[in-house]
Ligand binder design. Structure first.
Ligand SMILES: *Cc1c(COP(=O)(O)O)cnc(C)c1O
Length: 397
């Protein structure tokens, strides 16, 4: 089955719920058993709890361990990623921290891309370090050069491609090839491309992270994350997930499934709108460069074409010069259709003035002009371009 078909069908079991197309929302803490022995068997089974649960192990003995609504989302994400296991977490960031902490011990070392999502960097520097785990940041475009940074105690190489602020495309197969030689896990934050536009496991990734909050949820109404993996990494992730007491709301899982079903058509439109807007922006006298991997002049375009099957709605603009803060803020504040806020992946367009340079440590971020990040939503693209056009009138040197 193609991914567009899986998105519609995966994880659904109408025959088990009176024919309803969508799963019920199981709002549960206590789970009751017919006999004490049945409870004992279930509780014992949970030591080896199989989170995808296809009848291979026992029923959960307690709502913390998951409910059928959560199973449905786990199963859908597994099928979509070609994974064996999926863990649903309270946020994208908690999926990142779960994946990394499952794989490291005191005294270990990890490698993290310098273009990584800011809170991932903060987690590594401010939190992992407390447990004696050392992080080295690396140039996102390092490719097979990663081998020079590998130490005997390196356990994880963390990749994010493209970076969600600066949009470098990483050569993940080249990095994974070096990682395999040393039995190091490649962990990827795949939130930008989603499972639809980047097939992580076939490119050498071992553990994949999705901020469900973004495209899978798709409607700016839930915060949720997921970690997926194949059998080889099931044990450390299953144990750490279970020990951590992480739980997600069945309502949020329901909304994630509801968002997932339309993700293919939404992403197509986000891509089309982003392509039209970036093509128009390139001709603006104020604009120097656009950071969007689908554009032929993007430095990572060839890698993107080789490894990805689509681009989504998020991109960056670099202006020809550094405008005073007041001018940039006037431009942004004058927009009627672009919301001012972080996150992305919902239906509405967004814009923000940001400085990616503040979260860099081994590569330089010194662009020729001011940086603005744009998220193309699902509005009519002529309306969006019209809004930007009137906005530029307020961008005065
Ligand atoms: C938003 C985001 C996350 C974190 O997701 P939350 O659900 O907000 O914690 C992780 N990675 C990337 C690239 C993101 O944009």
């Amino acid at each position: 089955m193609k991914k567009e078909t899986l998105i519609v069908h995966a994880g659904r079991k109408p025959e088990k719920q009176s024919g309803s197309v969508n799963p019920a929302i199981y709002q549960t803490s206590t789970i009751l058993f017919p006999t004490q022995e049945a409870y004992d068997n279930a509780a014992r089974g949970e030591e080896y709890y199989d989170p995808i649960f296809e009848g291979k192990t026992t029923d959960p003995s307690y709502g913390l361990a998951a409910t059928p609504t959560i199973f449905a989302l786990q199963e859908a994400l597994c099928k979509l990623d070609g994974a064996d296991y999926a863990f649903i977490t309270p946020s994208g960031l908690s999926a990142i921290s779960l994946a990394i902490t499952s794989l490291v011990n005191h005294g270990d070392h990890i490698l993290v891309s310098d273009s990584v999502y800011g809170p991932t960097r903060r987690f590594c520097i401010k939190d992992l370090s407390r447990f004696g785990i050392e992080t080295t940041f690396y140039d996102p475009q390092i490719g097979s050069g990663i081998k020079d940074l590998i130490k005997p105690n390196t356990k994880v190489i963390f990749v994010e491609s493209p970076g969600s602020l600066t949009f470098e495309i990483q050569d993940i197969p080249a990095i994974a090839k070096e990682a395999k030689k040393h039995n190091i896990a490649v962990v990827m934050d795949n939130s930008w491309a989603s499972p639809l536009y980047f097939d992580s496991f076939s490119h050498g990734v071992d553990i994949c992270i999705h901020a469900i909050t973004k495209y899978i949820g798709g409607h700016s109404d839930i915060v949720l994350g997921a970690v997926t993996c194949r059998k080889d990494y099931a044990e450390p992730l299953t144990k750490h997930f279970k020990f951590s007491g992480l739980h997600v709301s069945p309502q949020d899982c329901y909304l994630a499934l509801r968002g997932l079903r339309t993700m293919a058509v939404r992403l197509k439109q986000h891509q089309e709108n982003a392509l039209s807007i970036t093509t128009w922006l390139k001709k603006r006298p104020e604009v120097s460069r656009i950071l969007y991997p689908a554009l032929p002049e993007h430095p990572g375009h060839d890698l993107w074409k080789r490894d990805f099957t689509g681009a989504t709605g998020l991109f960056g603009i670099i202006l020809k010069k550094h405008y005073p803060k007041e001018a940039i803020y006037k431009f942004i504040d004058s927009l009627k259709l672009f919301g001012i806020g972080c996150s992305w992946g919902g239906f509405e367009s967004l814009i923000l003035s940001l400085n990616p340079g503040i979260s860099r440590s081994v590569t330089k971020w010194e662009p020729e002009g001011s940086y603005i990040r744009v998220y193309a939503g699902l509005e009519n693209v002529d309306d969006l371009i019209g809004d930007l056009e009137q906005g530029f009138k307020h961008l005065k040197p």
